[in-house]
Design a protein around this ligand. Structure first.
Ligand code: MG
Ligand code: ZN
Length: 542
């Protein structure tokens, strides 16, 4: 009797296992299939939970939020059935990651060493997701609003021991040959002779670019990578209209270095005379081109300037960079809305700045009456100032980045005019958080410090910002921290705290949207090497 039951159970179990292995009718028909044809990856550089939090706080609570329905594209990806995971980002054998190592880990699925591009932890070249997709016959694209050769896009198509080797990275990227490369960074593609005002090559380049981009070279050789790219089948684009009319394989270099910052992008995005494309426009054109490939495509889009804003603790700029990301993701979600053949993954390479709104003992609101029963005999009088949502509009209404205030407005003045009074005037003109002359003086305070250079010892003195001379911890740039010092002066008025001018180890969020099978591996606690392996599996249809 017992044996019979066992046999019946066994038969039943076998039947169950077989039925579980046989694809369901819907899968056979191709709906909800596990194999996405297209994979679109969006990386917000430095876009940790703190940065997404700023966007959400602004969208939900700013009295005059420009996000009319108060829903961000991050809300939408979840409403459309997306899922969320969390991912650790550290590089090999260290606690914190930089964009090069993080990009390399995302692109290869393997641990990398700090500041390496497209290498494993031991320094060997690793095949990236772009190179694998090309081998599989898919179309590929890299889009960034920093330089095409900057760490994040570089990690997807170059192999170099250090991220600073942008001249070598430019050569690698053209050789790797993704169909679309859009971004800034023309200076790594033109020969060094272009810096000579009288050189014939300068005239040639000015003609070629039709004056759209200022010609300047950072190369240490005479290679003209624009010509080399053309020989490898690339069409070239240097402004928005050239980009829009381009077909097939295209290299678009729209600025000498990084592209315009988020404040400028948002101020000019509806200006018909604008010649530099936005991140959204570059992404849209990239998809137009790549989606012509019948085998599908892999596209990496980087909103790269979120990180730069966070390094400088520039809250207003960071909000605008998040709005650039929001617009771009919104476009991607709309494009993919009715498709079941596209996997979208949105994440950051790390988080930057340790940002947050915070409460304080300063500016405690006045006690007020409340109608609730518990307040019949007492006033509502919290002991702290928990922050007023009105600061969100003020943060949005900053009309120039800290970087532009210092580098384009202050430093260009004659030396005798570079005074605390002038700085206060500029800050008060371009931000809604006024500072006094005394505060401006603190921002500009400098002092001479002994300078020690490794391998050389004492090398005289260097002038550095006074408040940050103790050591180089928390410091982004040791020779010019005026932007971070300004952030400190306005922090209380903004109800904002910044922990650092560099990156932190806080895990980042991973959003994924696609067929249930394609997106489910991302809904977990991951490390970025696993995110990379998941992406490679998706591209290779494993
Ligand atoms: Mg980057
Ligand atoms: Zn960074």
């Amino acid at each position: 009797m017992k044996n019979r039951i066992k046999t019946i159970l066994a038969i039943f179990m076998i039947g169950f296992i077989i039925s579980a292995c046989v694809p369901k009718q819907a899968d056979v028909a191709g709906k909800n299939e596990s194999k996405p044809k297209n994979v679109i990856m969006l990386i917000g550089d430095g876009m940790g939970p703190e940065q997404i939090g700023l966007l959400l706080t602004y969208a939900r609570q700013a009295p005059n939020s420009v996000i009319i329905d108060r829903k961000t594209s991050f809300d939408r990806i979840m409403e459309q059935g997306g899922i969320m995971g969390m991912s650790m980002t550290h590089a090999d054998n260290v606690l914190v990651v930089d964009s090069a190592a993080s990009g390399s880990q995302l692109a290869s699925g393997q641990f990398a060493g700090s500041e390496m591009i497209g290498l494993d932890k031991d320094g060997n070249s690793v095949e990236t997701i772009v190179e694998k997709a090309i081998k599989a016959g898919k179309a590929t694209g890299l889009v960034s609003d920093t330089r095409v050769t900057h760490a994040t896009p570089a990690a997807f198509a170059a192999h170099q021991p250090h991220r600073d080797l942008e001249n070598e990275i430019a050569v690698d990227m053209i050789n790797a040959g993704p169909d679309v490369m859009f971004g800034g960074g023309l200076r790594y593609f033109v020969p060094q002779e272009a810096n000579d005002k009288n050189a014939p090559i300068l005239k040639e380049l000015e003609k070629m670019t039709q004056g759209a981009v200022k010609i300047k070279s950072k190369r240490k050789d005479s290679r003209n990578l624009l010509i080399e790219a053309q020989q490898k089948g690339y069409a070239l684009a240097f402004d928005k209209s050239q980009m829009e009319s381009s077909k097939g394989k295209v290299l678009g270099l729209f600025t000498t270095s990084a592209m315009p910052d988020g404040i400028e992008v948002n101020r000019t995005k509806d200006d018909p005379k604008r010649t530099i494309p936005t991140l959204k426009e570059m992404s849209s054109k990239a998809i137009d081109i790549l989606s012509k490939n019948e085998k599908g495509f892999f596209l990496m889009i980087e909103a790269g300037l979120i990180d730069w804003a966070a390094h400088y603790n520039d809250t207003g700029l960071m909000l605008h960079e998040m709005l650039v990301m929001n617009d771009t993701l919104e476009y991607i979600l709309n494009w993919a809305k009715d498709r079941d053949d596209t996997l979208i993954v949105v994440t950051a390479d790390h988080t930057t700045g340790g940002f947050g709104f915070s409460y304080q003992g300063k500016g405690i609101p006045e006690a007020k009456s409340l109608s609730g029963k518990s307040f019949q005999n007492r006033k509502f009088a919290p002991e702290y100032n928990f922050g007023n949502p009105a600061v969100l509009d003020k943060i949005y209404n900053q009309d120039l980045s800290y970087s532009s205030i210092f580098l384009n407005k202050f430093d260009v003045l004659p030396k005798q005019e570079q005074t605390p009074a002038t700085l206060a005037k500029l800050v008060n003109q371009h931000t809604r958080f006024p500072i006094t002359e005394e505060q401006a003086a603190r921002v500009l305070e400098q002092e001479d410090n002994p300078m020690f250079v490794e391998g050389h010892g004492y090398m005289g003195t260097k002038t550095v910002p006074k408040l940050l001379v103790k050591d180089e911890f928390f410091v982004y740039q040791t020779d010019d921290n005026r932007q971070n010092l300004l952030a400190l002066e306005v922090a209380s008025a903004q109800s904002v705290v910044w922990n650092t001018g560099t990156h932190t180890s806080t895990p980042v969020i991973v959003f994924a949207k696609g067929s249930p099978k394609a997106m489910s591996p991302f809904g977990s606690i991951l490390h970025h090497t696993q995110v990379g392996r998941n992406l490679i599996d998706a591209v290779l249809n494993k």
